[in-house]
Design a protein around this ligand. Structure first.
Ligand code: NAD
Length: 324
């Protein structure tokens, strides 16, 4: 059990992240996986069974009963609370009375959620003697998850600097390096700080996505050639990562979701959640999030539009009426 790993949440991001863990972890160790959709677990197992042993768990609790090192990535805060704190089905239910093994547990929680939830879940697990919980939201999307080159925003201080020989630190480093690019590991300092950084980044990336869609829908409707407009922006002051890589106009950037019928990606329904986290965080420190507030008014409608649901967030261009 000590050598086993667990993974909870096998969605767009979780599948490739778990796959990379299975590829890199010791062959003789077992990867325990759990997702609320049984079929998702079965498909995942078929995909990676050649790399080593995998077991499908019936709950997050069963994952924790069989693995000491656990990674999770689920949609939102309520799912994280359920995965960790539900005493019937969650990680907390795996607690054994005064068992030293519980303290050795390590949880890397990668969902984009609010900092308060991360703090309360981490503090609760610690108080129960259930080990170390680290918020570790990721950036780079599905392509980086597949390549194993994610940025990892770690809600802890660099454990290797603090205590090079700590066994838990080694496990953390291994887990991170199997999923991410070490040149993009950011030790943000404290429980919740990884999320603070992620929330600020996504406030930008999501609102910039909307600005790109509005600007490009306008330009194409004015009669500009879409590729020419993209080139102009790419080489002018409007240049930005989202336009370069997630251009919302179909047929401009071959690898962008828009050129593949807005294939996921980052679900359109998640835009409001991510910008909402930024808006709440800004208000909590007295910053007025005017751009975020305006973006949410649009994203709330995008998330309910049949043409956009379960498609990549850049489908906001379609919602605006951009020519496809
Ligand atoms: P997704 O909806 O594709 O996957 C989530 C998975 O979690 C699903 O398979 C779902 O069945 C499972 N799940 C839900 N509740 C669960 C529970 N209680 N126990 C176990 N499994 C449960 O979402 P995603 O795109 O993979 O995103 C997951 C998280 O990662 C979100 O917080 C998102 O904001 C963040 N994120 C996404 C991206 C992206 O590009 N998609 C990039 C960075 C971060």
């Amino acid at each position: 059990m000590e050598q086993n790993f667990g993974f909870i949440g096998l969605g767009a991001m979780g599948r490739p992240m778990a796959r990379n863990i299975r590829i890199h972890m010791p062959k003789q160790s077992v990867l325990w996986v759990y997702d609320v959709h049984q079929e998702t677990c079965e498909n995942f197992c078929k995909d990676v069974e050649n790399y080593g042993q995998i077991q499908i768990a019936t709950s997050a609790k069963q994952v924790a009963e069989n693995a000491l090192t656990i990674c999770s990535i689920v949609p939102a805060s309520q799912h994280v609370r359920e995965v960790y704190l539900d005493t019937a089905t969650g990680v907390a239910g795996a607690k054994q009375a005064a068992h030293p093994i519980d303290e050795a547990r390590l949880y890397l929680e990668c969902s984009t959620i609010d900092m308060q939830t991360a703090k309360s879940v981490g503090d609760s697990l610690e108080a129960m003697g259930m080990g170390t919980y680290i918020d570790c939201p990721v950036s780079g999307g599905v392509p980086a998850a597949e390549k194993g080159t994610l940025s990892m925003l770690i809600g802890a201080s660099n454990p290797l600097l603090e205590n090079e020989k700590h066994e838990k630190s080694k496990r953390l480093e291994n887990l991170l390096s199997w999923m991410g690019d070490p040149s993009k590991f950011y030790y943000c300092g404290w429980l919740g700080a990884g999320l603070a950084a992620k929330i600020c980044n996504n406030y930008l990336s999501c609102t910039i996505l909307l600005a790109n869609a509005e600007a490009m829908a306008t330009g194409v409707k004015l009669g500009l050639d879409r590729k020419l407009l993209h080139q102009v922006i790419a080489n002018s002051t409007g240049q930005n990562f989202m336009c370069d890589n997630v251009c919302p106009v179909p047929g401009v950037v071959a690898h962008a979701p828009s050129s593949n019928d807005y294939k996921l990606g980052f679900k359109a329904q998640m835009l409001s959640k991510d910008v909402g986290l930024g808006v709440d965080a800004a208000r909590s420190v007295g910053i007025k999030p005017s751009i975020g507030e305006a973006a949410i008014a649009v994203f709330d409608m995008v998330g309910k539009d049949e043409r956009c649901i379960d498609r990549d967030a850049s489908v906001v261009y379609r919602f605006l009426g951009g020519p496809e």
